[in-house]
Design a protein around this ligand. Structure first.
Ligand code: C5P
Length: 238
């Protein structure tokens, strides 16, 4: 499944309205990037925004991090597949039954509808979490052990990959093989500010560590020339 085809850059469209989102989308090119629609934009604009971005030629990662009972998540990912998204995600902490139900739902959906099946990936431990946060919700494992634990659960559930910190990519690539998809945010160019991200890597270092797709927001959306920045990053990772 993880034959990497097409752009490896996924631009985070972190906007609260459609006008700003389209203004940015029109300054980008599907030749160099895919787009990520998260909870803010989706809640503000609804599913129409996905259809409109796809009409501009972009493939879309719907980043809603579903976490609910298996039946509800299975139906939610099916609805995402019907929108035609390229990638969709769930929380690994929803458990194996929830993840397997989501995968089966996408497989069924693909059988009945033209074979299109979005990549299904799981969030392990949010990068905003530290070991204290993990303990406070009753997890006794170390953060690294818990990431590995949830990644194994994700793979055993038949999902395509995980969202992880680029700094974890090395270990996960070594443990889960070359076929497993690693989607990494927290990417910064040498020239861009860290903003609120703490543990960043450059695009080149993230790809070298085993990352499959780079989620990049502000270094591209706040650049003077977003499409030129995408091109530059693309060249730096080849
Ligand atoms: O602007 P920036 O490059 O920091 O944006 C990163 C994007 O990746 C944001 O949409 C952020 O919510 C998302 N993300 C993250 N860390 C995670 C998961 C998602 O920064 N662990």
């Amino acid at each position: 499944m993880t034959d990497i085809q097409g752009p490896r850059i996924v631009v985070a469209m972190d906007f609260d309205n459609a006008d700003d989102c389209f203004y940015m989308a029109k300054r980008l090119s599907p030749q160099y990037c895919r787009l990520k629609v998260g909870k803010e934009l989706f809640t503000a604009c609804g599913p129409r925004i996905i259809e409109q971005l796809m009409r501009l030629g972009f493939e879309v990662f719907l980043d809603l991090k579903f976490h609910d009972i298996p039946n509800t998540v299975a139906k939610a990912v099916k609805a995402a597949a019907q929108l035609g998204v390229w990638m969709v995600n769930v929380h690994a902490s929803g458990g194996q039954r929830m993840m397997a139900a989501a995968r089966e739902s996408l497989e069924q959906q693909a059988i009945h509808h033209n074979g299109h099946k979005p990549l299904l990936i799981a969030v392990t431990v949010l990068t905003s979490f530290d070991s204290h946060d993990l303990q406070s919700i009753g997890v006794q494992e170390s953060l690294e052990e818990h990431v590995l634990h949830l990644t194994k659960l994700t793979k055993d559930s038949g999902l395509d990959g995980v969202v992880c910190s680029a700094r974890e990519a090395n270990v996960l690539r070594a443990n889960f093989g070359s076929d497993f998809c690693l989607v990494t945010p927290g990417i910064r160019l040498d020239s861009s500010p860290a903003d609120d991200q703490r543990r960043t890597l450059t695009p080149h270092a993230a790809i070298a560590a085993g990352s499959s797709y780079l989620v990049i927001g502000r270094p591209i959306t706040q650049a003077q020339d977003p499409v030129a920045t995408c091109k530059l990053i693309t060249q730096s990772i080849h």
